[in-house]
Write a protein that binds this ligand. Structure first.
Ligand code: CA2
Length: 156
């Protein structure tokens, strides 16, 4: 099975250092470690990355088309601005989860619009680091049930 890509956008490298009341006290490295263990308990690997650059995020989403079995994406502020990220996502045919640490609908109105949501399988927000764990659990279930179905000859 190909790894599950977990891609993080701008400023997510700062969580745990600044604004803990919004994003929690945990670091991105701590989130990564927990997700790696969760995936490995299910016999799966993750490929976890963060960038502050929109083009890099687009390149990685394109890479996920062939190199990953599923994608978990926290596009950070690009969620609310990036048609390029949305277009890249629309080229994927793997399951995709949009995650946010904060409940974007409880915050400023400019955060209520997501260009990512229309291009993904599902959205989880507002549970802090647990948003990522819930998204990974959903991706693992989807992959397990589609691999079980393909073993029974139900899928191509
Ligand atoms: O809640 C989320 O996960 C967000 O994607 C986080 C983004 C924000 O722009 C989105 O609206 C919601 C921000 C990432 C972290 O930004 C920080 C800025 C200052 C200090 C610490 C983190």
């Amino acid at each position: 099975m190909k790894p599950i890509f977990i891609l993080n956008g701008p400023n997510l490298n700062l969580i745990g250092e600044r604004e803990p009341e919004i994003y929690g006290a945990g670091t991105l490295a701590g989130i990564e470690e927990g997700l790696r263990k969760q995936a490995s308990a299910a016999g799966l690997e993750i490929n976890f990355r963060q960038t502050n650059h929109e083009g890099a995020l687009v390149d990685w989403i394109q890479e996920a088309r062939h190199a990953s079995s599923a994608l978990i994406l926290n596009a950070g502020a690009y969620t609310h601005t990036s048609i390029a990220v949305m277009d890249a996502l629309r080229a994927l045919s793997i399951p995709i989860a949009e995650v946010h640490l904060s409940n974007i609908f409880k915050r400023e109105s400019f955060r209520h619009r997501s260009y990512v949501s229309p291009a993904v399988t599902g959205v989880i927000c507002g549970f802090g680091a647990q948003s990522y764990r819930l998204a990974l659990a959903a991706m693992i279930e989807i992959l397990e049930s589609s691999s079980a179905a393909s073993h029974r000859g139900l899928h191509a």
